[in-house]
Write a protein that binds this ligand. Structure first.
Ligand code: UDX
Length: 443
């Protein structure tokens, strides 16, 4: 089989590379000449474990290629995927669909045989129909169907998520389109992956419903964590105690500084707007958005409290600025709220992130960047863990303590154990866990 993938961003590049690994001939298309040149040289513009090898292997096998020429890419394809960005529109939170519609217009110009036009970008309900209408308007004679195939992959484990998904969701407008889509995912039949085939609108909404549900689940456990602190309970035990109930499930019950990333903040907002627009407001998700926004800001207050109520003139060591580990993605990262708030309170911030510093330099002015985790610590008044990178999990605590001016650690990801930290002589504060002495551990 043969496909074209428009957009070499996160979803497009990972999906394109993974489809080629399935044996499909994939041509990835992008308008960004620099990006295509770099990809042709084997340089991967994003940080995703395993992606460089996957791309190199499939390019070498002749199944994966990169071009700026959509016409050439669409020759003889079974399907063309739209995997361009759908950022939040400034001002109103709606998804900006100009790139999706632009891609639809261009596809229309090059359709010369039956092709399934698949939207992989996360798009509001009704977008697939609009894509269909645009193509029909430009090319009333064209032979095509539209389909929706939302992507559920997570940054940092994107390849595994694509190759071994919990399910594949396909919204198709005809049996013929559904058949092409099923054939593309045939290798997943071997591992008995459920394929959910639905209408276009249902598939589009399923993606938003999944992401907003997960955002709500995280927000729920974050609020329970705050309550745990007030009543002396341990949020991890609560999470385990509820998560073992199959109706609730264990995953996505890890408390933290609030969700960030390229999907949850944008998708929660977009679904809230859609729901308001059609007169069926999603009040739960409206509240989730509000709580999460406030939470990210409150995290700086926690750090300030742990430093004795003021960081004015103090140095705060920050470990991790990416929104989660194994990515260099800074989009809507809690650090973007926390670090400026610390600076506004008079702190000097010295930070390290294993992958995101290049990105972060532009977004977090005034930060002193260190070469490694220990490089942030010398003479600092406290250390705050903002991202749970593995390399922060086993720091030499004696060394950390000897370098800090005061042995204060604020662990917003709960990667250390309060008892161990107390034994090591730290004033340790984390999220939703009682201090070992039985008191509160908010510092
Ligand atoms: C998410 C969805 O998981 C994925 O299915 C969708 O396709 C895109 O959005 P991603 O943004 O890559 O993926 O990361 P994810 O691992 O889901 O984490 C999102 C945010 O939630 C991060 O800020 C993370 O720190 C936070 N999170 C996640 C928690 O705070 N607690 C948890 O238990 C899980």
């Amino acid at each position: 089989m043969r496909i074209a993938m428009i957009g070499t961003g996160y979803v497009g590049l990972v999906s394109g590379a993974c489809f080629s690994e399935f044996g499909v001939h994939v041509t990835c298309v992008d308008k960004d000449a620099g990006k295509i040149e770099r990809l042709k040289r084997g340089e991967i513009p994003i940080y995703e474990p395993g992606l460089d090898d996957l791309v190199a292997r499939n390019v070498a096998a002749g199944r994966l290629s990169f071009t700026m020429d959509l016409k050439e890419a669409m020759q003889g394809v079974d399907a063309v995927f739209i995997a361009v960005g759908t950022p939040s529109r400034r001002g109103d939170g709606h998804a900006d669909l100009s790139y999706v519609f632009g891609a639809a217009e261009e596809i229309a110009q090059h359709l010369d045989h039956y092709t399934v036009v698949v939207t992989k970008s996360t798009v509001p309900v009704g977008t697939g129909r609009e894509v269909e209408a645009i193509i029909r308007r430009v090319r009333p004679d064209a032979e095509f169907d539209v389909a929706s195939n939302p992507e559920f992959l997570r940054e940092g484990s994107a390849i595994g998520d694509f190759m071994r998904p919990d399910r594949v969701v396909i919204g198709a407008t005809s049996d013929r389109a559904g058949d092409v889509m099923r054939r593309l995912y045939r290798p997943l039949y071997l591992i008995e992956t459920p394929i959910v085939v639905t209408s276009l609108e249902t598939a589009e909404l399923t993606k938003y419903a999944a992401n907003t549900f997960l955002a709500a689940k995280i927000t729920f456990i974050n609020e329970i964590a705050d309550l745990c602190e007030k009543v002396g309970a341990n949020v991890h035990d609560v999470a385990r105690g509820i998560g073992l109930d199959g109706r609730i499930g264990k995953k996505f019950l890890h408390p933290g500084p609030g969700y960030g990333g390229s999907c949850f903040p944008k998708d929660t907002l977009a679904l809230v707007r859609t729901a308001q627009q059609v007169g069926s407001p999603l009040r739960i998700i409206e509240t989730v958005v509000d709580i999460n926004d406030k939470r990210k800001k409150q995290m700086a207050e926690r750090i300030i409290a742990a430093c004795g109520g003021s960081v004015d003139g103090k140095t705060v060591a920050v470990l991790g600025v990416a929104f989660k580990p194994n990515t260099d993605d800074m989009r809507d990262s809690p650090s973007l709220d926390i670090v400026p708030a610390l600076q506004a309170a008079g702190a000097h911030v010295r930070a390290f992130d294993p992958a995101a510093m290049h990105e972060a330099e532009k977004l977090l002015p005034g930060v002193e960047w260190a070469k490694d985790a220990y490089g942030t610590l010398e003479g600092a008044d406290c250390v705050a863990i903002l991202t749970e990178w593995n390399e922060f999990r086993a720091l030499d605590l004696r060394r950390v303590k000897s370098m800090l001016k005061r042995p204060v650690m604020i662990d917003l990801r709960n990667i250390y154990n309060p008892e161990d930290m107390a034994k090591a002589g730290f004033t340790y504060s984390s999220i939703g866990r009682p201090a070992p002495a039985g008191g509160m551990d908010r510092g």
